[in-house]
Design a binder for this molecule. Sequence first.
Ligand SMILES: [Zn+2]
Length: 272
Amino acid sequence: MASLLCPVCKNTLLKNEKSLSCAAGHNFDLARQGYVNLMRGGGTKKGHGDDRLMVRARTAFLEGGHYGCLADRVAKLASEHVQDGDCVLDVGCGEGYYSCRVKQELERAGKRVDLCGVDISREALIAFSHRTKDATLAVASVSSLPFGDASVHLLLNLFAPQSNEEFLRVLAPGGTLLCVFPLEEHLFGLKRAVYDRPYENPPPDYAPEGFSLLHREDVRKTLVLNSEEDIRNLFFMTPYYYKTSREDQDKLLSLSQLETPIAFGIFLYEKL
Ligand SMILES: [Zn+2]
């Protein structure tokens, strides 16, 4: 398994029975579900990271296969850039839907990897631990990754904040950064159902320093949701739900069918 670093002194954390500790005596409890909280100040506070409602909604929605077209392409592309024994880190991993697909795809190709995930949401990591016990999971920020320099071979970032400096630090030379961004029309049908004047997303504008672009592709599909539950879950997993008035929320929650484009840009970069 990949080693985690102490967030205080950056020494390697060693596993004890129910905790991780470093040589300087900093100690972090291992949760019963297997993740460790490395956020200073106790980690997830109220409103910090995805709450339970959002995680449950997203888990149910993703399990329904609605974003399967994206997961398939991410898994396929990732598998082309990973060797047996490599370390794969998913930043802002959520409940691990995409990274577990990557791991499965790699295992099908006979490659075993160290899968690591960080997220600021404990709820998301608990859901991740239900998917697999074979992953190193930590509550940590994208801007302070608890991994050693040049220790990661593939870094996955689907919809999480960027932290170029940290990504360059943890990636090995020649390592791969796979990012996914929502494209302009992503979820426009949902926005149109909620807002009087919906706006398209800005186009992805990301040119990370120290990387060269290896590949870009777009994944587009029209999603047709025929159940109130699917519509509700999609809405709850987006930021729109949390930014929308009760009146506008009710507009969407009263629908029995929703048609919307989904559109993702996949960008693969190589660390120079
Ligand atoms: Zn320490």
